[in-house]
Design a binder for this molecule. Structure first.
Ligand SMILES: *[C@@H]1O[C@H](CO)[C@@H](O)[C@H](O)[C@H]1NC(C)=O
Ligand SMILES: *[C@@H]1O[C@H](CO)[C@@H](O)[C@H](O)[C@H]1NC(C)=O
Length: 219
């Protein structure tokens, strides 16, 4: 078969395999949730954190990063959190989809919900949920974590949004976005686009200060 025939076969195979080699979907907005009053791109040092809401190291990484942002102020250090559902955490995709759903209802509730997941994540680890159905886990997350954050009055809208293919799509995009940037675990950090060597384990406050001090205020 000639080169052009071969190319056609490859293209046809790619199409048949459900777009494995196709262009990744380009989201209408860049992935990620800006924390607090994060300023415009280019005005501040930008820290991007990839977190899995049911990952203990992500949970432990959040308070020192939050403290560092408070130290510099959001005008000087902007934090953007990306959700990255790890495939070996059974409930990670559900957790990330839950946060994306809440974001559509009330963007201010994203961080309170992420912090709820961090606080109560142990109930959603693989072992304690092994015998639970997906339906049960989704209901527990809805009632125990989401309801206190968004209020009972918004639960019907939340449940519909959680089921909607849009929240599924947003969560897939978060995952693909991390993959496209070489994220292999959580927490994973980029400072002004450059990956931090300590990624995969929590970075403590002192390490944030020693990393950010040389950058803050310099242009
Ligand atoms: C959105 O969520 C925040 C944080 O939970 C809450 O303070 C605020 O009242 C909510 N806004 C609406 C319109 O529900
Ligand atoms: C969500 O989808 C599940 C499974 O298809 C269905 O049982 C449930 O009623 C749906 N919930 C809402 C609020 O649409």
């Amino acid at each position: 078969m000639g080169p052009s025939t071969l190319l056609l076969v490859v293209v046809a195979m790619a199409a048949a395999m459900g777009g494995c080699f196709a262009q990744m979907p380009i989201p209408a907005r860049t992935d990620g949730f800006a924390y607090g009053k994060a300023t415009a791109w280019g005005e501040a040092v930008v820290v991007e954190a990839y977190f899995d809401p049911v990952c203990p190291d992500s949970r432990d990484a959040w308070p020192p990063l939050q403290k560092a942002v408070q130290h510099y102020g959001a005008q000087r250090v902007s934090v953007v959190v990306h959700l990255f559902p790890l495939p070996y955490h059974s409930n990670a995709f559900i957790a990330c989809r839950s946060i994306h759903t809440v974001n559509k209802l009330n963007a201010s509730a994203v961080y309170p919900l992420l912090e709820k997941f961090f606080k109560y994540q142990e109930a959603y680890y693989n072992q304690p949920t092994y015998t639970k159905s997906r339906e049960t886990v989704v209901a527990e997350i809805t009632n125990n974590l989401v309801a206190p954050v968004i209020g009972e009055a918004n639960l019907a809208a939340y449940k519909a949004g959680f089921n909607d293919s849009m929240s599924d799509q947003s969560t897939r995009i978060s995952f693909k976005y991390g993959c496209a940037r070489g994220v292999t675990g959580t927490p994973y950090f980029f400072v002004n686009g450059i990956p931090l060597g300590d990624s995969g384990s929590p970075v403590d406050y002192d390490k944030w200060i020693s990393t950010l001090d040389p950058l803050v205020g310099k242009m």
